[in-house]
Design a protein around this ligand. Structure first.
Ligand code: HEC
Ligand code: HEC
Length: 335
């Protein structure tokens, strides 16, 4: 994130409803921070060596996850995923799209500190975090051939990236926040106009080949039993809203978003207002609650704000309360 953009976000969090139109000026500033060109290594140039075959297998696992490790594959021991999403339904273009949650250029960033775990995590841990949350499944052992293949592919995608370099374009982007709570009711209208044609009026997506579900979705579901669970990154409003702003409708390029900032927050709120699988044990996430993202949709929280405000915002007041607690020497002490 550029310092210019941080300034913009701070500015926005301080303004009231009446100045909501000014959000548009800030999106412009964001679009101008052009990430440098990415030299994505080409899988089609790989040889037939065992190492190169492993990389290709990893790419297949990313784009055809349910056919290989989904809940309906023949070999029960490789049913790691609990739903029929593919990694690439979220990590767009097989993980090579800027602000489409890329898997590109990541390898050197691991191991890294994870506030969610309260300790260091490896790339395998990070993949398993998506397996158990985004794919609502179970952990793959580090030694599983599928895990080795996924990590080989992620390593391969970092071939041209220097160690220590954090590339602009990672993640799902970071547009300004609203000064009000995101509004699922307003979002329902946007959903009907901008999403339902592909994801369905019921939001449940379109399967590739009924009656079998082995091959996953033509268009993935946004909620319901076969969607990501409530512990997933996409279940956080800011992640979903940015992903949608910079990538949806499908084919949108981050440099020219089609939904306004406001519409993206509201439609994401509508999406996240629906039922989805619940992951047990989430209360153990973020052992230091002051490091918990303000939009984690599940408690416990260090502050006194409602679950609803954590789910839909506005996040500015929560952030201010947390900052205050961080500065106070003993936050729990009664006054
Ligand atoms: C429902 C959407 C979704 C699916 C499906 C999904 N992921 Fe993710 N993944 C995310 C999100 C969102 C993040 C970023 C989380 C955050 O910002 O907290 C992420 C982060 C990651 C990261 C770390 C990226 C970074 O920038 O540090 C890796 C590695 C990863 N996922 C791998 C996978 C793999 C491999 C699969 C398939 C087995 C997968 N994911 C499936 C949504 C998804
Ligand atoms: C033109 C069809 C189309 C439209 C319109 C569209 N999407 Fe998508 N969406 C897709 C496809 C296809 C994918 C899977 C991406 C892939 O595999 O490349 C996807 C993926 C997603 C994902 C991540 C995967 C998941 O299932 O959670 C979210 C979230 C999402 N869309 C939300 C929306 C929202 C909200 C809108 C409306 C603003 C929208 N989409 C409009 C086709 C569309």
């Amino acid at each position: 994130m550029t310092s210019r953009f941080v300034t913009c976000a701070r500015l926005m969090s301080g303004i009231g409803l009446a100045a909501a139109w000014a959000l548009l000026a800030c999106t412009g500033a964001f679009a101008q921070q052009q990430p440098s060109d990415w030299i994505v290594p080409d899988v089609t140039t790989l040889s037939d060596s065992p190492a190169d075959r492993l990389i290709r297998k990893g790419r297949e696992l990313v784009v055809a996850t349910p056919s290989l490790i989904g809940p309906n594959v023949g070999d029960a021991s490789t049913r790691y995923a609990g739903n029929n999403l593919s990694c690439s339904n979220c990590h767009l273009s097989a993980g090579t799209r800027k602000f489409g949650l890329p898997l590109f250029g990541l390898a050197h960033l691991f191991p890294q500190y994870s506030a969610r775990k309260g300790g260091e995590i490896t790339i395998e841990d990070r993949v398993n975090s998506c397996m158990t949350r985004s794919l609502n499944g179970r952990e793959m052992p580090d030694s599983a051939p599928e895990m080795r293949a996924l990590v080989a592919y992620i390593d391969f995608l970092s071939t041209n990236v220097a160690k220590g370099e954090t590339l602009p374009g990672l993640g799902a982007g970071s547009m300004p926040e609203l000064a009000r709570a995101a509004d699922p009711a307003r979002g329902s209208t946007i959903f009907r106009d901008a999403c339902a044609a592909c994801h369905g009026n019921d939001g449940l997506g379109v399967r590739r080949s009924l009656p079998t579900t082995d091959l996953g979705y033509l268009v993935p579901p946004l909620w319901g039993a076969d969607s990501f669970n409530n512990g997933a990154g996409m279940a956080r409003l800011s992640v979903a809203a940015n992903f949608v702003h910079f990538n949806m409708p499908h084919g949108t390029d981050y440099a020219s978003p089609r939904l306004s900032v406001e519409d993206a927050w509201d439609v994401a709120a509508f999406m996240l207002s629906h039922k989805r699988p619940v992951k047990p044990g989430l209360e153990r996430d973020f052992p230091d609650l002051l490091l918990k993202p303000v939009d984690a949709p599940y408690g416990p929280y260090a502050d006194g704000f409602s679950v609803d405000q954590h789910r839909y915002g506005p996040f500015g007041p929560i952030r201010q309360a947390i900052d205050k607690m961080k500065q106070s020497p003993s936050p729990a002490a009664p006054r």
